[in-house]
Structure formats: C-alpha cells, structure tokens
Write a protein that binds this ligand. Structure first.
Ligand code: NAG
Ligand code: NAG
Ligand code: NAG
Length: 286
C-alpha cells in the first residue's frame, strides 16, 4: 500500500515539474493555479490550442500528399528567329549525269521494262515481247515477284540508292542556280549566303534557308515571310522519280531535317503557301 502511494507521489511530482519546464503557454498556468476555476479555464484553453495544432498539422500533411502543381503564365514579347526552311528537288539526281554509269542505266532499263510488262499483263489485247536478258536482270533486282507499280517504284529507288554508293555525285545534284529563280524575305532580296546546301542520300541536293538564325521573324503574313520561285528541268528527270516538284520542310534550327520522311510536296506550276505557328512550353518544378 505504501509502495503504491510512493509511486503516485513520484508521478505527481513529475507532472508538477512538467508544468514548470514546458515551453507551452497554457500548461504552466494550470500548474500555478490554486483555484479549480482557473485550472478549468487554462485546461480548456490548452485543449483548444492542442486541437487547433493537430488540425493545422493534418491539413499540411494532406496538402503535401496531394502533390499540387502551381501554374504560372506569363506573356513575353520578344523577337523570334525565323524557322529554318529546307527545300529539295523531287528528282534527286540529274539523268544526264547518273545514266552515264553502266549499272544505273541497266537498273533504269530493267525498271522501265518491268513497268511496261506490268501494264501489258493487265490488258489481254496487249502483246509484249519478252527479252531474256531483261528477265534475268528482273530476277537479279527481285522485281519479278512484284505486281504493283508503287511497290516496284519504291524497290527500284532502294536499289538505286545502293547502286549510287561510291559514285561521285557532286555533278549529279542540283546547283543553286538551276534551282532558285527568285527569292525574297521580308520584302527584301534574299542573301544567297543565307542558303546552306546539304546532301541527303535519298533526296539528293537540298538547300536550307536560315540555318544559322540570320533572319528574325518580323511580322506575320505571307508578304513579310520567305517567298521563293523555284524551277526544275523535266528533261533531267529519272524514271523512278514521282512527279516534277519540290519537297518543302519547315523546322527548327536545332533539328536535323529528314526531307524524305517529313515535309510537303509542291508540284510544278502551282503556288503553295505554308504558315507556321510557334508554341513554347516551360516546365517549372518546385
Ligand atoms: C534484250 O535487251 C538487251 C539489253 O537492253 C539488248 O541488248 C538486246 O538486244 C535485247 N534482246 C532482244 C532480243 O531484243
Ligand atoms: C567529285 O567531282 C568533282 C568535280 O567533278 C570534284 O571537284 C571533286 O573533288 C570530286 N570528289 C571526289 C570525292 O572525288
Ligand atoms: C535541261 O536539261 C537538258 C538535258 O540535260 C539540257 O540540254 C537543257 O539545257 C536543260 N535546260 C535548262 C533550262 O537548263
């Protein structure tokens, strides 16, 4: 009985001393109070304070775990560089130059022979003289198993790319003078130095305007942009080229153009207008 009393008094003295050293404001007041009324008053105040503390802490924790984002929008007005514009001739190589090569001439003759044979086989009235030499070449290029002219054309283009490996093509690709007829940017003459030539193994010679960000986008609208008049020589078209025209691709300066994959075809005898819009996203994380 005496031991329990002793333990009780130790607990009471610990509780009493807690009211002395705690940094909370309400609890020491409870310890110092001599009247039940005051003890009750400070107890209620302390409990309300504790409740508010728990409530606020819970809110904070819940807010942290909801992983909120903050969206900040700002409008900026500054001058943008005009985009880079890459233009290629749809006829990649000049007929008068690459047909000098024996293998290329043989491939093109076989391609034309296969095309004619294909067209004739669809018409029962058509008579076609087969040539055993040509049939052997058809076998060699794997043209025989094809029945569609589009498939034949793509396969011939692929074989052509292989046959051209190792040839010096600097004479076979378009020169800027037999390509560009007129050019203006922002109502001024173009500077020829703002056109950078580059070679693509499938599209041949191409030209990129504004590769080094020399020109800024001043105003919108076709008058203030880039206007070009292009020409192509139909007599130089090789059999596997689709159509007379150009490939146009508008891109960022930092992007390597793949004109055989992206871009628009513009046919000869037509005027095409391309407009682009610049959108930029900044992602901030806190
Ligand atoms: C078959 O084609 C080859 C190559 O074009 C040609 O030299 C040859 O004379 C042709 N043969 C016949 C029988 O037409
Ligand atoms: C390709 O031919 C051009 C002119 O015919 C010549 O200037 C150039 O040096 C040749 N290039 C190579 C790699 O032989
Ligand atoms: C077009 O190509 C042919 C064949 O190479 C050539 O004779 C002719 O002069 C070229 N035409 C122009 C306008 O360059």
């Amino acid at each position: 009985m005496g031991a329990i009393k002793n333990r009780k008094s130790i607990a009471a003295s610990h509780l009493n001393s807690y009211t002395d050293w705690t940094s909370a404001h309400g609890v020491p007041q409870i310890g110092r109070s001599r009247h039940y009324f005051c003890i009750g008053f400070w107890s209620i105040i302390s409990l309300i304070g504790l409740g508010l503390l728990i409530w606020q802490t819970t809110l904070l924790i819940l807010q942290y775990y909801s992983y909120d984002v903050a969206v900040q929008m700002s409008l900026k007005f500054d001058q943008r560089a005009f985009p880079a514009v890459t233009i290629c001739n749809l006829n990649a190589f000049k007929k008068s130059v690459i047909y000098k090569d024996e293998k290329v001439r043989r491939l093109m003759n076989t391609y034309e022979y296969t095309m004619k044979k294909m067209a004739c086989s669809a018409d029962p009235k058509c008579k076609f003289e087969t040539n055993s030499t040509m049939d052997n070449f058809q076998q060699l290029y794997h043209f025989k198993d094809l029945t569609d002219s589009a498939a034949l054309q793509s396969r011939a283009n692929r074989v052509l790319a292989l046959e051209l490996v190792g040839l010096n093509l600097s004479e076979a690709i378009v020169d800027v003078n037999d390509f560009m007829q007129g050019c203006s940017f922002d109502t001024q003459d173009c500077d020829p130095l703002h056109w950078t030539p580059f070679f693509d193994s499938i599209m041949g010679g191409c030209f990129t305007f504004n590769k080094e960000r020399q020109n800024l986008a001043m105003r919108s609208g076709p008058t203030y942009g880039l206007r070009i008049v292009l020409k192509t020589n139909i007599s130089e078209f090789i059999s596997t080229s689709d159509t007379a025209g150009f490939k146009v691709y508008v891109h960022d300066q930092g992007e390597y153009p793949f004109p055989d994959v992206f871009g628009y075809n513009v046919q000869t005898g037509s005027a095409a207008s391309l407009a682009v819009q610049y959108v930029c996203f900044f992602l901030n994380s806190f």
